[in-house]
Design a protein around this ligand. Structure first.
Ligand SMILES: [Zn+2]
Length: 359
Protein backbone atom coordinates (compact mmCIF):
# COMPACT_ATOMS: atom_id res chain seq x y z
CA UNK A 1 0.00 0.00 0.00
CA UNK A 2 1.34 3.46 -0.88
CA UNK A 3 1.33 6.21 1.71
CA UNK A 4 0.19 9.69 0.76
CA UNK A 5 2.24 12.77 1.54
CA UNK A 6 0.92 16.25 2.33
CA UNK A 7 0.52 17.16 -1.31
CA UNK A 8 -1.60 14.09 -1.93
CA UNK A 9 0.82 12.30 -4.23
CA UNK A 10 2.01 8.80 -3.26
CA UNK A 11 5.09 8.69 -0.99
CA UNK A 12 8.01 6.73 -2.35
CA UNK A 13 9.79 3.96 -0.47
CA UNK A 14 12.85 5.65 1.14
CA UNK A 15 15.15 3.15 -0.58
CA UNK A 16 13.92 4.45 -3.93
CA UNK A 17 13.69 8.13 -3.01
CA UNK A 18 16.85 9.10 -4.89
CA UNK A 19 15.10 7.84 -8.02
CA UNK A 20 11.83 9.66 -7.30
CA UNK A 21 11.71 11.52 -10.63
CA UNK A 22 12.23 8.30 -12.51
CA UNK A 23 9.72 6.37 -10.39
CA UNK A 24 7.14 9.07 -11.08
CA UNK A 25 7.52 8.34 -14.78
CA UNK A 26 4.66 5.88 -15.12
CA UNK A 27 6.34 3.52 -17.60
CA UNK A 28 8.92 2.73 -14.91
CA UNK A 29 7.14 3.19 -11.59
CA UNK A 30 8.07 1.46 -8.33
CA UNK A 31 8.01 -2.01 -9.87
CA UNK A 32 10.26 -1.06 -12.79
CA UNK A 33 12.69 0.71 -10.48
CA UNK A 34 12.93 -2.35 -8.22
CA UNK A 35 13.57 -4.61 -11.19
CA UNK A 36 16.23 -2.24 -12.48
CA UNK A 37 17.89 -2.31 -9.06
CA UNK A 38 18.13 -6.09 -9.19
CA UNK A 39 19.54 -6.24 -12.72
CA UNK A 40 23.07 -6.84 -13.93
CA UNK A 41 24.53 -5.29 -17.08
CA UNK A 42 27.83 -5.80 -18.87
CA UNK A 43 29.33 -2.77 -20.62
CA UNK A 44 31.91 -3.59 -23.27
CA UNK A 45 34.04 -0.52 -23.96
CA UNK A 46 34.18 2.58 -21.78
CA UNK A 47 35.09 5.36 -24.19
CA UNK A 48 32.69 7.87 -25.72
CA UNK A 49 29.47 5.83 -25.79
CA UNK A 50 30.52 3.76 -22.79
CA UNK A 51 31.04 6.66 -20.38
CA UNK A 52 27.64 8.15 -21.22
CA UNK A 53 26.01 4.71 -20.90
CA UNK A 54 27.66 4.00 -17.55
CA UNK A 55 26.86 7.47 -16.21
CA UNK A 56 23.20 7.20 -17.22
CA UNK A 57 22.66 3.65 -15.94
CA UNK A 58 24.43 4.14 -12.63
CA UNK A 59 22.50 7.34 -11.94
CA UNK A 60 19.30 5.50 -12.96
CA UNK A 61 19.98 2.78 -10.39
CA UNK A 62 20.97 -0.37 -12.27
CA UNK A 63 21.92 -3.03 -9.69
CA UNK A 64 25.29 -4.19 -10.96
CA UNK A 65 27.43 -2.85 -13.79
CA UNK A 66 30.57 -4.61 -15.00
CA UNK A 67 32.70 -2.25 -17.08
CA UNK A 68 35.33 -3.74 -19.40
CA UNK A 69 37.80 -1.58 -21.28
CA UNK A 70 41.27 -2.21 -22.69
CA UNK A 71 42.57 1.34 -22.93
CA UNK A 72 43.99 4.23 -20.94
CA UNK A 73 42.86 7.88 -21.06
CA UNK A 74 44.33 10.52 -23.35
CA UNK A 75 43.81 14.25 -23.45
CA UNK A 76 41.80 14.19 -26.68
CA UNK A 77 39.27 11.80 -25.06
CA UNK A 78 37.99 14.49 -22.68
CA UNK A 79 35.99 16.27 -25.40
CA UNK A 80 33.38 13.48 -25.30
CA UNK A 81 34.24 10.85 -22.66
CA UNK A 82 32.20 12.36 -19.84
CA UNK A 83 33.44 10.41 -16.82
CA UNK A 84 37.12 11.37 -17.18
CA UNK A 85 39.17 14.44 -16.27
CA UNK A 86 42.73 15.75 -16.38
CA UNK A 87 43.55 14.28 -12.96
CA UNK A 88 42.77 10.76 -14.29
CA UNK A 89 45.31 11.31 -17.08
CA UNK A 90 47.94 12.58 -14.65
CA UNK A 91 47.38 9.44 -12.53
CA UNK A 92 47.83 7.16 -15.60
CA UNK A 93 44.52 5.43 -14.92
CA UNK A 94 42.98 2.88 -17.26
CA UNK A 95 39.51 3.90 -18.42
CA UNK A 96 37.62 1.14 -16.58
CA UNK A 97 39.32 2.01 -13.31
CA UNK A 98 38.81 5.77 -13.63
CA UNK A 99 35.15 5.28 -14.59
CA UNK A 100 34.47 2.98 -11.63
CA UNK A 101 36.06 5.43 -9.19
CA UNK A 102 33.94 8.30 -10.55
CA UNK A 103 30.75 6.22 -10.56
CA UNK A 104 31.27 5.13 -6.94
CA UNK A 105 31.12 8.81 -5.98
CA UNK A 106 27.96 9.29 -8.03
CA UNK A 107 25.93 6.34 -6.73
CA UNK A 108 27.41 4.08 -4.07
CA UNK A 109 24.28 1.86 -4.11
CA UNK A 110 25.34 0.41 -7.47
CA UNK A 111 27.89 -2.40 -7.57
CA UNK A 112 30.33 -1.19 -10.22
CA UNK A 113 33.09 -3.56 -11.24
CA UNK A 114 36.06 -2.47 -13.37
CA UNK A 115 37.81 -4.98 -15.62
CA UNK A 116 40.87 -3.74 -17.52
CA UNK A 117 40.99 -6.20 -20.39
CA UNK A 118 40.57 -6.61 -24.10
CA UNK A 119 37.21 -8.35 -24.53
CA UNK A 120 37.73 -11.18 -27.00
CA UNK A 121 36.62 -14.74 -27.72
CA UNK A 122 38.77 -16.13 -24.91
CA UNK A 123 37.09 -14.19 -22.11
CA UNK A 124 33.69 -12.81 -23.17
CA UNK A 125 31.67 -15.79 -21.90
CA UNK A 126 33.22 -15.45 -18.46
CA UNK A 127 32.86 -11.64 -18.42
CA UNK A 128 29.18 -11.92 -19.33
CA UNK A 129 28.39 -14.39 -16.55
CA UNK A 130 25.35 -13.21 -14.64
CA UNK A 131 24.63 -10.33 -17.02
CA UNK A 132 21.00 -9.81 -18.04
CA UNK A 133 22.06 -7.48 -20.85
CA UNK A 134 25.13 -6.43 -22.81
CA UNK A 135 25.81 -2.84 -23.84
CA UNK A 136 27.95 -1.93 -26.83
CA UNK A 137 30.43 0.82 -26.03
CA UNK A 138 32.98 -0.45 -28.56
CA UNK A 139 34.38 1.22 -31.66
CA UNK A 140 34.84 -1.80 -33.92
CA UNK A 141 32.81 -4.41 -35.73
CA UNK A 142 34.95 -7.36 -34.69
CA UNK A 143 33.93 -6.89 -31.04
CA UNK A 144 30.32 -6.10 -31.95
CA UNK A 145 30.00 -9.33 -33.92
CA UNK A 146 31.58 -11.14 -30.97
CA UNK A 147 28.97 -9.65 -28.61
CA UNK A 148 26.26 -10.57 -31.14
CA UNK A 149 27.48 -14.19 -31.28
CA UNK A 150 27.45 -14.50 -27.50
CA UNK A 151 24.07 -12.78 -27.15
CA UNK A 152 22.42 -15.04 -29.73
CA UNK A 153 24.10 -18.20 -28.40
CA UNK A 154 23.09 -17.49 -24.80
CA UNK A 155 19.74 -15.86 -25.64
CA UNK A 156 20.47 -12.51 -23.99
CA UNK A 157 19.54 -9.03 -25.27
CA UNK A 158 22.15 -6.46 -26.23
CA UNK A 159 22.08 -2.86 -27.47
CA UNK A 160 24.23 -1.81 -30.41
CA UNK A 161 25.47 1.75 -30.86
CA UNK A 162 27.91 3.48 -33.20
CA UNK A 163 28.91 7.08 -33.84
CA UNK A 164 31.06 8.96 -36.32
CA UNK A 165 31.09 12.66 -37.10
CA UNK A 166 27.62 13.99 -36.31
CA UNK A 167 25.88 10.73 -37.17
CA UNK A 168 25.08 7.56 -35.33
CA UNK A 169 23.19 4.28 -35.28
CA UNK A 170 21.42 2.39 -32.51
CA UNK A 171 19.59 -0.94 -32.46
CA UNK A 172 18.18 -3.21 -29.78
CA UNK A 173 18.73 -6.90 -30.33
CA UNK A 174 16.58 -9.46 -28.52
CA UNK A 175 17.55 -12.92 -29.77
CA UNK A 176 14.59 -14.93 -31.02
CA UNK A 177 12.49 -11.79 -31.26
CA UNK A 178 14.27 -9.11 -33.31
CA UNK A 179 16.83 -9.42 -36.14
CA UNK A 180 20.41 -9.76 -34.89
CA UNK A 181 23.28 -7.47 -35.91
CA UNK A 182 24.45 -9.86 -38.62
CA UNK A 183 20.94 -10.03 -40.11
CA UNK A 184 21.39 -6.31 -40.76
CA UNK A 185 25.15 -6.05 -41.43
CA UNK A 186 26.22 -9.49 -42.50
CA UNK A 187 29.85 -8.58 -43.05
CA UNK A 188 30.90 -5.00 -43.68
CA UNK A 189 29.65 -1.99 -41.79
CA UNK A 190 27.53 0.49 -43.72
CA UNK A 191 29.66 2.96 -45.70
CA UNK A 192 28.84 6.01 -43.56
CA UNK A 193 29.88 4.06 -40.45
CA UNK A 194 32.95 2.46 -41.93
CA UNK A 195 35.53 2.56 -39.14
CA UNK A 196 38.43 3.41 -41.40
CA UNK A 197 40.42 5.08 -38.63
CA UNK A 198 40.28 8.23 -40.75
CA UNK A 199 39.86 11.81 -39.70
CA UNK A 200 36.07 12.05 -39.78
CA UNK A 201 36.08 13.07 -36.12
CA UNK A 202 33.15 12.77 -33.76
CA UNK A 203 30.90 15.25 -31.98
CA UNK A 204 30.17 14.84 -28.28
CA UNK A 205 26.54 15.71 -29.05
CA UNK A 206 26.20 12.73 -31.39
CA UNK A 207 27.76 10.47 -28.76
CA UNK A 208 25.35 11.70 -26.10
CA UNK A 209 22.29 11.19 -28.29
CA UNK A 210 23.21 7.65 -29.39
CA UNK A 211 24.26 6.55 -25.90
CA UNK A 212 21.06 8.03 -24.45
CA UNK A 213 19.00 6.07 -26.96
CA UNK A 214 20.94 2.93 -26.02
CA UNK A 215 20.49 3.63 -22.31
CA UNK A 216 16.72 4.04 -22.52
CA UNK A 217 16.48 0.74 -24.41
CA UNK A 218 18.58 -0.90 -21.69
CA UNK A 219 16.34 0.56 -18.99
CA UNK A 220 13.23 -0.78 -20.75
CA UNK A 221 14.76 -4.26 -20.93
CA UNK A 222 16.00 -4.25 -17.34
CA UNK A 223 12.88 -2.68 -15.84
CA UNK A 224 10.57 -5.31 -17.32
CA UNK A 225 9.35 -3.34 -20.33
CA UNK A 226 10.68 -5.61 -23.04
CA UNK A 227 7.44 -5.23 -25.00
CA UNK A 228 8.17 -1.53 -25.48
CA UNK A 229 11.64 -1.69 -27.06
CA UNK A 230 12.30 0.18 -30.30
CA UNK A 231 12.42 -2.50 -33.01
CA UNK A 232 13.96 -0.20 -35.62
CA UNK A 233 17.50 0.60 -36.60
CA UNK A 234 17.68 4.23 -35.52
CA UNK A 235 19.83 6.55 -37.60
CA UNK A 236 20.54 10.04 -36.34
CA UNK A 237 22.36 13.12 -37.56
CA UNK A 238 22.65 15.77 -34.87
CA UNK A 239 24.00 18.38 -37.28
CA UNK A 240 21.03 18.29 -39.67
CA UNK A 241 18.61 17.26 -36.92
CA UNK A 242 17.47 14.20 -38.90
CA UNK A 243 16.24 11.12 -37.03
CA UNK A 244 15.19 8.06 -39.05
CA UNK A 245 13.66 4.83 -37.76
CA UNK A 246 14.58 2.19 -40.36
CA UNK A 247 12.36 -0.87 -40.49
CA UNK A 248 14.60 -3.94 -40.22
CA UNK A 249 11.96 -6.50 -39.23
CA UNK A 250 11.92 -7.95 -42.76
CA UNK A 251 15.63 -8.87 -42.80
CA UNK A 252 15.19 -11.11 -39.77
CA UNK A 253 12.41 -13.12 -41.35
CA UNK A 254 13.76 -13.54 -44.87
CA UNK A 255 17.51 -13.87 -44.54
CA UNK A 256 19.69 -16.86 -43.85
CA UNK A 257 21.77 -15.14 -41.19
CA UNK A 258 24.98 -17.06 -40.40
CA UNK A 259 24.58 -16.19 -36.73
CA UNK A 260 20.93 -16.37 -35.64
CA UNK A 261 19.64 -18.71 -38.39
CA UNK A 262 22.58 -21.03 -39.08
CA UNK A 263 23.93 -20.62 -35.53
CA UNK A 264 27.53 -20.49 -36.69
CA UNK A 265 29.32 -18.37 -34.08
CA UNK A 266 32.52 -17.68 -35.98
CA UNK A 267 33.56 -14.68 -33.86
CA UNK A 268 32.95 -16.48 -30.58
CA UNK A 269 34.84 -19.57 -31.73
CA UNK A 270 37.89 -17.42 -32.42
CA UNK A 271 38.25 -18.33 -36.09
CA UNK A 272 38.10 -14.63 -36.95
CA UNK A 273 40.20 -13.36 -34.06
CA UNK A 274 43.35 -11.37 -34.62
CA UNK A 275 46.25 -11.29 -32.15
CA UNK A 276 47.21 -7.79 -33.24
CA UNK A 277 44.73 -5.01 -33.90
CA UNK A 278 45.08 -1.46 -35.21
CA UNK A 279 43.05 0.81 -32.90
CA UNK A 280 40.56 2.95 -34.77
CA UNK A 281 41.65 6.56 -35.21
CA UNK A 282 44.44 6.22 -32.68
CA UNK A 283 47.56 5.65 -34.79
CA UNK A 284 48.18 2.83 -32.33
CA UNK A 285 48.27 -0.95 -32.35
CA UNK A 286 47.23 -3.41 -29.65
CA UNK A 287 49.35 -6.55 -29.27
CA UNK A 288 47.90 -9.39 -27.21
CA UNK A 289 50.13 -11.58 -25.10
CA UNK A 290 50.75 -15.09 -26.33
CA UNK A 291 48.50 -17.88 -25.04
CA UNK A 292 49.49 -19.27 -21.67
CA UNK A 293 50.26 -15.92 -20.03
CA UNK A 294 48.28 -16.48 -16.84
CA UNK A 295 50.44 -14.72 -14.25
CA UNK A 296 50.27 -10.94 -13.98
CA UNK A 297 53.27 -9.25 -15.55
CA UNK A 298 55.98 -8.14 -13.11
CA UNK A 299 56.20 -4.42 -13.94
CA UNK A 300 59.25 -3.88 -11.71
CA UNK A 301 61.17 -6.58 -13.59
CA UNK A 302 60.16 -5.19 -17.00
CA UNK A 303 61.14 -1.67 -15.87
CA UNK A 304 64.60 -2.91 -14.80
CA UNK A 305 65.00 -4.65 -18.16
CA UNK A 306 64.01 -1.52 -20.10
CA UNK A 307 65.93 1.13 -18.10
CA UNK A 308 69.27 0.60 -19.91
CA UNK A 309 67.72 0.92 -23.39
CA UNK A 310 65.34 3.85 -22.93
CA UNK A 311 66.15 7.55 -22.77
CA UNK A 312 63.15 8.54 -20.60
CA UNK A 313 62.32 6.95 -17.24
CA UNK A 314 59.95 3.98 -17.28
CA UNK A 315 56.79 4.79 -15.32
CA UNK A 316 54.44 2.27 -13.78
CA UNK A 317 51.63 1.93 -11.23
CA UNK A 318 49.49 -1.10 -10.40
CA UNK A 319 47.45 -0.76 -13.58
CA UNK A 320 49.95 -0.08 -16.36
CA UNK A 321 53.58 0.47 -17.31
CA UNK A 322 54.67 3.13 -19.78
CA UNK A 323 57.97 3.47 -21.64
CA UNK A 324 59.21 5.11 -24.85
CA UNK A 325 60.97 2.53 -27.03
CA UNK A 326 62.45 3.36 -30.46
CA UNK A 327 60.42 6.59 -30.46
CA UNK A 328 57.12 4.78 -29.75
CA UNK A 329 55.14 5.02 -26.54
CA UNK A 330 54.53 1.52 -25.22
CA UNK A 331 51.83 0.92 -22.59
CA UNK A 332 51.83 -2.52 -21.00
CA UNK A 333 48.97 -3.98 -18.94
CA UNK A 334 49.20 -6.66 -16.23
CA UNK A 335 47.72 -9.27 -18.60
CA UNK A 336 50.71 -8.83 -20.93
CA UNK A 337 48.74 -6.89 -23.51
CA UNK A 338 50.37 -3.77 -24.93
CA UNK A 339 49.26 -0.68 -26.84
CA UNK A 340 51.99 0.76 -29.05
CA UNK A 341 51.44 4.33 -30.14
CA UNK A 342 52.70 6.13 -33.22
CA UNK A 343 52.15 3.38 -35.77
CA UNK A 344 49.36 1.59 -37.66
CA UNK A 345 51.82 -1.04 -38.87
CA UNK A 346 50.93 -4.37 -37.24
CA UNK A 347 54.25 -6.04 -38.08
CA UNK A 348 56.23 -3.15 -36.67
CA UNK A 349 54.19 -3.26 -33.45
CA UNK A 350 54.69 -7.01 -33.08
CA UNK A 351 58.43 -6.54 -33.62
CA UNK A 352 58.66 -3.82 -30.96
CA UNK A 353 56.67 -5.99 -28.56
CA UNK A 354 58.90 -9.01 -29.11
CA UNK A 355 62.03 -6.89 -28.73
CA UNK A 356 61.11 -4.98 -25.57
CA UNK A 357 58.46 -7.06 -23.80
CA UNK A 358 59.28 -10.41 -25.29
CA UNK A 359 56.50 -12.62 -23.97
ZN1 LIG B 1 20.77 -12.79 -37.47
Amino acid sequence: MERQNASGSPAIDPALSRYSRQVLFEKIGVDGQRRLGQSHALLVGCGALGTVLANTLVRAGVGHLRICDRDYIERDNLQRQVLFDEADIAANLPKAQAAAAKLARINSDVAVEAVVADVNHTNIERLAEGADLILDGTDNFETRFLINDLAVKTNRPWVYGAVIGATGLCMTIVPGDTPCLRCVFEEAPPPEMNPTCDTAGVLGSAVNVVASLQAVEAIKLLAGRRDEINRHLVQIDVWSGRFVNLNVSAVGGQGDCPCCKQRRFSYLSGERAAATTALCGRNAVQVRAGAGATEAVDFAAIARKLEPVVSQPVEYNRYLLRAVVDGHELTLFPDGRAIIKGTDDLDKARTLYAKYVGM
